[in-house]
Design a protein around this ligand. Structure first.
Ligand SMILES: [Ca+2]
Ligand SMILES: [Ca+2]
Length: 312
């Protein structure tokens, strides 16, 4: 009879402990993956050593526990960790968000790219980035993680333009880092998962540009009255004024982005403390939570794999 998941995990944990007993694993970092991502995602049995290795060799940190390796994973190699600071934000799925003040650069866009590295911890529909108030039809844009598909991107200009994967039911794999991107080139919206086109839907804006939304931009929640809270981690969130990705595939970024003239906003989330998240352009610094003070809606700062180390 097949072993239950619980039993598999138990067996793997026992195996790890046995390995530790025979070879000496040092401290708890082996089990709890203090360094590196420590292996995650779906994989075959016997991948524990691959997943666990991140815990012993990583230096840059990562919150994935060694237990994730125990579930049989190893799609992301744990390990080197990279050069600090390699930090991201952990959103609790309940109230956490980053708030960025409205700015003229965020309005009136005729083309754009919205992208991020995400680590999804729940299948629930949730907002990745929103400069839009739910229910309005004339202004703003938002990128969501969907509960039954991977992504949805919506733009509002008096009409609603969107792409949501259509009949494609790909979902973002949980507990692994995934690059997500939504591109609007003036005539079509394209959604990409790890550099692979998931949906290309023709789209037009009735006003010619995305309508002016006067509220905050939120990362990790819908704007205005916050809702749709993201559950998981994010890093390297970028908004660009151009369609960054055109074809059916592209190579996901292999290093942190560098601000260029087409960059509207770029948040590395590399700060070690405080309430601010800095925008590389200097124009769109954000705040943890709904105010500038410490509060439950503040996302937590986490050590994460450096982007360059996320890739297989
Ligand atoms: Ca970062
Ligand atoms: Ca705050």
């Amino acid at each position: 009879m097949p072993l239950s998941e619980t039993m598999k995990t138990l067996v793997v944990v026992i195996a790890v402990l046995a390995l530790c007993a025979s070879t000496g694993c040092g401290d708890d970092s082996f089990l709890f993956g203090a360094g590196g991502v420590g292996g995650s995602g779906q994989g075959g049995e016997g991948a524990t050593t691959t997943g666990g290795a991140g815990g012993t060799t990583g230096t840059g940190g990562g919150i994935t526990t060694g237990g994730a390796g125990g579930t049989g994973g190893g799609t992301t190699t744990g390990g080197a960790g990279g050069t600090p600071p390699c930090r991201g934000l952990l959103f609790d799925g309940t109230s956490d968000l980053v708030r960025v003040p409205d700015h003229a650069q965020l309005d009136g866009l005729a083309q754009l790219t919205v992208e991020a590295w995400v680590y999804v911890s729940s299948t629930a529909r949730a907002t990745i980035l929103s400069h839009h108030q739910d229910g309005q039809t004339k202004s703003g844009f938002m990128l969501e993680h969907m509960n039954n598909k991977a992504l949805a991107f919506r733009m509002f200009s008096g009409n609603i333009s969107y792409a949501d994967g259509g009949s494609v039911l790909t979902q973002i794999q949980q507990a692994t880092w995934t690059h997500v991107a939504a591109v609007f080139d003036g005539s079509a919206i394209r959604l990409y998962l790890n550099g692979v086109l998931e949906d290309g839907s023709s789209a037009t804006l009735s006003q010619g540009v995305i309508g002016d939304y006067a509220g905050h931009l939120h990362i990790g929640a819908n704007a205005a009255a916050p809702e749709g809270f993201f559950n998981g981690m994010m890093d390297e969130v970028r908004i660009s004024s151009v369609p960054r990705y055109v074809g059916p595939t592209f190579t996901p970024p292999t290093a942190p982005f560098v601000s260029d003239p087409q960059t509207i906003a770029l948040w590395h989330f590399d700060e070690s403390a405080g309430q601010q998240v800095l925008d590389a352009t200097g124009l769109h610094d954000g705040t943890l939570g709904t105010t500038g003070g410490p509060e439950p809606s503040d996302p937590a700062r986490m050590d994460v794999p450096c982007i360059v180390d996320m890739l297989p």
